[in-house]
Design a protein around this ligand. Sequence first.
Ligand SMILES: Cc1cc2nc3c(=O)[nH]c(=O)nc-3n(C[C@H](O)[C@H](O)[C@H](O)COP(=O)(O)O)c2cc1C
Length: 367
Amino acid sequence: MSHAAPLFQPFTFKGLKLANRIVMAPMTRSFSPGGVPTKEVSEYYRKRAASAVGLIVSEGTVVQRPSAANDPDVPHFWGDAALAGWQDVINNVHSAGGVMAPQLWHVGAARNPRTTWTAPSPIDSPSGLSRPGKQFGEPMTDSAIADTIAAFAKAAGAAKRLGFDCIELHGAHGYLIDQFFWDGTNQRDDRFGGSDLVARGRFAADILKAVRAEVGPDYPVIIRLSQWKQQDYSVRMAQTPDEMAAWLQPLADAGADIFHCSQRRFWEPEFDGSDLNFAGWAKKLTGRPTITVGSVGLSGEFIAAFGGESSKPASLDELLRRFDRGDFDLVAVGRALISDPDWALKVRDGRMAELSDFSPAALASLV
Ligand SMILES: Cc1cc2nc3c(=O)[nH]c(=O)nc-3n(C[C@H](O)[C@H](O)[C@H](O)COP(=O)(O)O)c2cc1C
């Protein structure tokens, strides 16, 4: 039996029944022309479902606002054609025994350095800033905010209707929801802004409440959060456990069931005096299940991969030490599952010698 056997115990939460603790991390692939997931996209997810991934979180898929995407090949989660594509995806995943959430996304004022494409106006953001001091678009009006909240709720309702097992809200990495959390991009003086994370978290909390009203009390809702921003990796939302509790508890109260705590390296501690990582603290502070992520099974981290850096397979021992201690419930794996659909199967069966390097060249196609 593999030394990673603890990760292959089942997990149940509300109606969610996962065969094991491995989550496919949400990863934008931009293979959905015009926002419509193709048969190749559907096959890509089916393969991971058939190869022992416990929960698949889709690539970010955007809600219905003009500027929600930063690339024309990012999938929509609205409109008949895109939803028919997603119906095929979830049917395929289910037929392979898999479980899946769409990651509902709005990029806000964050732009994509890898494309020159520009989204139609209006660009949505709390204060018309793509990063501190950098104007891009105008602050969202009250009606734009209300429409965006409704768009997230509508997408969540569509996910449930299509048969997805749960949803994830993308509240991380400096995109729209995170632009509200961050005082560097949220300078509003209405109820969506202010000096503390309770105030700047109201946009996310209102989305969670609207989503919850749409999907009902029993449908699992995950929210992904990060301290870091793509605009500035050194930024931290919470400097202390108390600040982190003030950030997370209102989100739990508003309807977040599971916290997906995005780090670039899962082993990095959040605060002095403890080796707990973000997922460890989120679980300790809220009592909710958490997902950890960040360089699991790989030697290098993912931002460097965008710069062309390859990674080698790495030991799972430190991950297992933390998992066995109960720090988190689920473990998300990103790049390793891009290049190898069978990564989870190989780890489950102890075939570690068969794990391969991750090369950024793998981003060029769906395998
Ligand atoms: C190609 C690529 C696309 C990504 N797209 C998203 C995304 O759409 N949503 C998101 O929350 N994170 C996204 N991420 C971050 C991953 O979900 C994950 O957190 C990161 O890759 C770290 O995990 P890893 O070290 O196992 O790759 C992306 C990462 C990669 C490599």
